[in-house]
Design a protein around this ligand. Structure first.
Ligand SMILES: [Zn+2]
Length: 404
């Protein structure tokens, strides 16, 4: 996604606008404004709006009405997301923010609910709010005097579109709302990860069908939505499989424990450091001073020193002190997420300022393999205890034996 900025907050939840939203708002205003004549028929037929297209399309009126309807539509989207959010908060899942972007709204849950009843209620709350907004718009339309035909048009349009939006969101295309409802129902009788995989497969099929239809209709928005459903379904399925596998596994279960981690002192010369790197085949070391972790030095840091000056410079001069650390009690899945977010291959495991271990992406993937093949997390913990000390460097994301 692009850059987003905050426009305010509702019930303590920050509401953000993505830059892509500012592009789509005028497009929607134009689309609605240019289709007023087409819309009047269905609005009269379905809602008895009693509209005349002649006066609505006079002068610049279509564009004003288009803009108002587009803004109303996005207010409806915010309310829809707020529906999800308030139910989520009620069940103890914090919401980071609600973001409006090119394909509507997104309520960011910090944690995915794994209780099927919670997920069902959170997922269904959005479409319910949309239906209520639709009904509210319809009732308002009924009380607005008919001479204000512009207001009647906008309200009738919002009545129809909010109900349509609810219907569209209820398609069983995971990760859309209907797909989440499907997963929740599937998760009643089977493990959560398995339910997610089935729902994601159904979601991907829907995405392909939607994309194909969008292609035939040359409908760019539909193609875009199909694309994001596909990506979203794949990504969430993968994430769920990982977190199900790592359920109950902590960093300390699979890390290389402190005693086995090789360290250097800040006073070591760069020449000595490089010699150790070559003989021990590490490309990075935690730097310890009097038993305290003070930094991390990598081969790249050491190579910045000119060869003729490598006796004059010490580790302290080139080490980085901005360290990515994690606690031993943190969940293994958190460690993996942190590494992915920062694009690094290792995290220093620190407790109360002391280095207690080192966890690498390789440690996590090895543990995952063992859990998958043995079906038990105990086997992964045992394997981590028996393992040879990790001969690879912390933090720099290099392959383990990068310079053989
Ligand atoms: Zn929704």
């Amino acid at each position: 996604m692009f850059k987003s900025f905050r426009i305010g907050s509702l019930f303590g939840i920050p509401i953000k606008l993505d830059v892509s939203f500012l592009l789509i708002l005028p497009v929607f205003a134009w689309l609605i404004g240019s289709q007023i004549e087409l819309l009047v028929g269905p609005l009269n037929a379905v809602l008895g709006a009693g509209l005349e297209s002649g006066s609505l399309t006079a002068g610049y009126r279509p564009w004003v009405l288009g803009l108002l309807a587009a803004i109303g539509l996005f207010v409806g989207v915010v309310l829809h997301e707020l529906g999800h959010s308030l139910v989520a908060i009620r069940y103890g899942y914090p919401i980071d923010s609600i973001t409006l972007w090119i394909f509507g709204g997104l309520a960011q849950l910090t944690d995915q609910p794994e209780d099927w009843k919670h997920e069902l209620l959170i997922a269904i709350a959005g479409p319910i709010v949309s239906v209520l907004v639709g009904i509210g718009s319809y009732l308002l339309m009924l009380v607005v005097p008919t001479q204000f035909d512009g207001a009647v048009f906008v309200l009738a349009y919002l009545a129809l579109l909010n109900v349509a939006l609810a219907g569209f969101n209820m398609l069983p295309a995971f990760p859309m709302d209907g797909g989440r409802v499907l997963r929740a129902l599937l998760a009643r009788g089977r493990p959560f990860a398995q339910a997610t995989q089935i729902a994601a497969e159904v979601g991907k099929l829907f995405a392909l069908a939607m994309g194909l239809f969008g292609l035939l209709q040359l409908n760019v928005i539909l193609i875009g939505i199909a694309f994001f459903i596909y990506i979203g379904a794949s990504g969430e399925a993968q994430q769920t499989v990982l977190s199900a596998a790592f359920e109950g596994v902590t960093v300390s279960d699979i890390m290389t424990a402190g005693d086995d981690v090789d360290v250097v002192s800040p006073d070591d010369s760069i020449a000595d450091l490089l010699e150790r790197m070559f003989s021990e085949r590490h490309t990075g070391y935690p730097v310890m001073d009097d038993g305290r972790l003070v930094g991390l030095v990598t081969l790249t840091d050491a190579r910045e020193v000119d060869p003729v000056e490598r006796d004059a410079y010490v580790v302290e001069d080139v080490m980085s002190t901005d360290l990515e650390t994690i606690g031993p009690d943190a969940e293994a899945m958190d460690a993996l997420n942190r590494m992915q977010r920062h694009g690094i291959g290792r995290l220093l495991v620190v407790e109360g300022g002391d280095l207690v271990g080192l966890i690498s992406r390789t440690d996590l993937m090895t543990a995952l393999d063992i859990i998958r093949s043995s079906g038990s997390t105990e086997a992964a913990k045992r394997a981590a205890d028996d393992r040879e000390p990790d001969r690879s460097p912390p933090g720099d994301g290099r392959p383990e034996r990068g310079w053989e």
